[in-house]
Design a protein around this ligand. Structure first.
Ligand SMILES: NC(=O)C1=CN([C@@H]2O[C@H](COP(=O)(O)OP(=O)(O)OC[C@H]3O[C@@H](n4cnc5c(N)ncnc54)[C@H](O)[C@@H]3O)[C@@H](O)[C@H]2O)C=CC1
Ligand SMILES: O=C(O)[C@@H]1CCC=N1
Length: 288
């Protein structure tokens, strides 16, 4: 049996400010790995009591929409994870700033939002961790980019790393690289799912039942990722081993090349990064 390495327990109360897909993915991943007691997690959203009830019953976490309780949770939590959409972030940060004391750690998962903008909107030089996780965190297979503001001390760095290491791989990077990382691993699952949608559709059009087409596609993607991971071989070398000269794979790859597959994927990653920067600039404009 394959045992996952022990992950340090997280002893801090953590407030998730925003209780959508990404917050849930991290919470689900942490709880599944038993790295935090569910009672230490509080989830807040803007208005949906139904959503909070769902999260409370699914994970045993705390969740509230009552304004005084929300304020109290934000005022006292040693760790606050910002997990709302970029369009909601400026207002949330302006509300949060006056509630914070200097030692509270703010971890953002918000695409594009820079540390400088966060500190400006908060109005305090708060210790900030800018991260870019992905939704595979929910099954412990996330990939998270992390950058620290200079105010983040050693203990807080460890806390942030413990949270994201509990739900997958982490990469500490310069903040300037965060948009590129978003294009690869933050949004990347969506490109793979899109490819899978197309493969499943092709199977169905070729006469396979939906379920078989789906299972074969899933196993193929899983197997390919594992092959790269376990053999340590480059994807290009593994591809060559599938591609017999003048065979069926070569014929398929030629079609992908005619569609400029390689450059199209790179263009998609670049556009993702550019869009993240645009969202970041829109938030930076809120400082004026
Ligand atoms: N979904 C993904 O794959 C990833 C998302 N992200 C980032 O995570 C953030 C959240 O994305 P999703 O979870 O997909 O969005 P979502 O729409 O599923 O969730 C957003 C949540 O924020 C809450 N919210 C909005 N304004 C609020 C406020 N003022 N106070 C409290 N709660 C508030 C909403 O009620 C909702 O629960 C985004 O900034 C996105 O850039 C980062 C990596 C991957
Ligand atoms: O689409 C988005 O903006 C977010 C950021 C990375 C994944 N989802």
């Amino acid at each position: 049996m394959c045992q996952q390495p022990a992950i340090p327990l997280i002893n801090h109360n953590i407030v998730f400010y925003g209780a959508g897909s990404m917050a849930e993915a991290i919470v689900r991943g942490m709880i599944a790995r038993n790295v935090v007691e569910s009672g230490k997690i509080t989830m807040l959203n803007r208005s949906s009591n139904e959503r909070l009830a769902e999260l409370r019953s699914r994970y045993g976490v705390l969740g509230t929409n009552a304004p005084e309780q929300k304020t109290e949770a934000l005022r006292t939590a040693p760790v606050i994870v910002l997990a709302m959409k970029p369009k909601d972030a400026a207002e949330a940060l302006r509300t949060l700033g006056p509630l914070l004391s200097p030692d509270q750690l703010v971890i953002s998962v918000i695409a594009g939002l820079t540390i400088r903008t966060m500190q400006g909107l908060l109005g305090t030089p708060q210790p900030i961790v800018r991260s870019m996780p992905n939704t595979s965190s929910s099954i412990g297979l996330g990939a998270t980019g992390i950058a620290f503001s200079k105010e983040v001390g050693e203990e807080s760095r460890r806390t942030a790393l413990n949270i994201f290491e509990a739900v997958g791989l982490t990469a500490v990077i310069d903040e300037e690289r965060m948009e590129t990382l978003t294009g690869i691993s933050g949004s990347g699952p969506a490109y793979i799912y899109y490819m899978m949608e197309a493969m499943i559709a092709a199977g169905i059009r070729g006469g396979l039942p939906l379920e078989q087409s789906r299972e074969l596609t899933v196993q193929t993607v899983l197997g390919a990722a594992r092959m790269v991971q376990q053999t340590g071989e480059e994807p290009a070398s593994l591809r060559k081993k599938v591609t017999s000269p003048n065979g069926s794979t070569q014929a398929a790859i030629e079609v992908l090349e005619r569609g400029d597959f390689f450059e199209t994927v790179i263009a998609a990653v670049n556009r993702c990064a550019e869009r993240s920067r645009e969202m970041g600039s829109a938030l930076e404009n809120e400082l004026r």
